[in-house]
Design a protein around this ligand. Structure first.
Ligand SMILES: *Cc1c(COP(=O)(O)O)cnc(C)c1O
Length: 397
């Protein structure tokens, strides 16, 4: 090989392999559901974010079919050109209605993915406050928030995880005219819930916006599934809410809900919103059905079943050498430590027919590699029993 950059790359890839950091994709052959077929093998999966079991719900699947016959396969253009369909419009109205108890004069904007929604809202916020803005970011925030902040090229401060004392000092020491505190609602790799009542109080004291990424709370937390703002019963015009629609809502996409002027500014100026093709209207149409279920009594039953599974798992023992994260949500990680040990544990579980993903750096800090167990309302308590039994010998080994 004589092309030096390629030789260098080959070396990097070998290094990933040797340090247990090479990632593999496994190919699923069934809809997203607990009992799945993966690369030809039957496995019981505990690794999706389909928390309510809506991804394969017959009514949602039927709505997607109906959406395709009503609107065709693709949107054909960006929202500002001709891609904004009636289905997108209705979806935004329904989302705004869901978040209206928590943010005055709220409006919602739908985007194709949560990753993009974070880039879009962060770049809009920085554009609003030209050159005099600082972001404050929890050290465990999701990659899309980190990347979104970097995209703005504005200064930012990282505060220690959920450390309100540290955040308070950092805010007090900052002279910027505009401040934005950015946090996950439910931390994606740890499962703990951000201390939002205190965060909001600090933001109100310091005149800061509070951007909450509720990818893992929307649909799951709150009596009617409106997410972490409903869970804490907060209300403020300083709140900016990001929810995703490919996790508990079971389909695809994301949204920003905020004061209507924030949303209008995004429509005018947010490049990640403007310069991309609108998602397929059929997806928005399917989401109308999934949100209807999520807010209904059926949604409440699914959430309460999920909570009983969370209780069942979190009261079962885990091996002494492992560290269970303190989590009351559907994300129940077990920290194992080294890359090799977590890969070994994940393989042992696969050999017992259980699929749990090994999460390693850089997704989580070095030496905190973990099994990220996620539960869904589609699991039965028998499924969770099987998981608990499978963990036992892994523990002793
Ligand atoms: C999954 C996730 C996202 C990205 O959402 P997608 O719709 O999958 O792009 C953003 N933030 C957090 C915390 C997430 O877990």
């Amino acid at each position: 090989m004589s092309f030096a950059p390629l030789a260098q790359l080959t070396l990097h890839l070998r290094e990933l392999e040797e340090t247990g950091l090479r990632r593999f994709r496994r190919t699923t052959e069934t809809p997203c559901q607990p009992h799945t077929v993966v690369d030809g093998e039957k496995l019981l999966a505990f690794n999706s974010n389909d928390y309510l079991g809506l991804a394969a719900h017959p009514l949602v699947v039927e709505a997607l079919r109906e959406g395709a016959s009503l609107y065709g396969a693709g949107s054909g253009a960006s929202h500002l050109i001709s891609g904004h369909s009636q289905a997108h419009e209705r979806l935004e109205e329904m989302l705004a209605m869901m978040i209206s108890p928590f943010i005055p004069s709220v409006r919602a904007l739908s985007l194709s993915t949560g990753y993009m929604a974070n880039l879009a809202v962060l770049s809009a916020l920085s554009g609003m406050a030209k050159d005099d803005i600082t972001f404050f970011s929890d050290e465990l925030n999701h990659a899309s928030l980190i990347d979104g902040i970097r995209l703005t090229r504005a200064p930012y401060k990282v505060y220690r995880h959920a450390d309100m004392e540290h955040l308070s000092q950092t805010l007090a020491a900052c002279a910027s005219a505009a401040k934005v505190v950015v946090t996950d609602g439910v931390f994606s790799m740890d499962g703990d819930i951000a201390p939002l009542p205190v965060l909001l109080k600090l933001c109100e004291q310091h005149g800061a916006w509070l951007l909450v990424d509720d990818a893992h709370g929307f649909g799951v937390l709150g009596n009617r599934g409106a997410g972490v703002l409903e869970h804490f019963n907060l209300r403020s015009e300083q709140l900016i809410y990001m929810g995703t629609l490919g996790k508990a809502a079971g389909v695809s996409g994301a949204f920003i809900a905020a004061h209507e002027h924030v949303i209008e500014w995004m429509v005018q100026r947010s490049r990640p919103y403007i310069y991309t093709t609108a998602s397929a209207p059929a997806l928005a149409h399917a989401l109308l059905t999934s949100l209807r279920i999520l807010r209904s009594d059926e949604g409440c039953r699914r959430r309460s079943h999920l909570h009983s599974l969370i209780h069942q798992l979190s009261s079962a023992p885990v091996p002494n050498a492992w560290k269970r994260m303190v989590s009351t949500t559907a994300i129940q990680p077990i920290v194992i430590g080294s890359n090799q040990a977590v890969l070994q544990a994940s393989h042992d579980l696969i050999s017992q027919g259980i699929w749990i993903s090994a999460i390693r750096s850089p997704t989580v800090p070095v030496n905190t590699a973990r099994l990220r167990i996620t539960l869904s309302a589609a699991h039965t308590s028998t499924d969770v029993d099987r998981l608990v039994q499978a963990l036992a010998p892994v523990v002793l080994a």
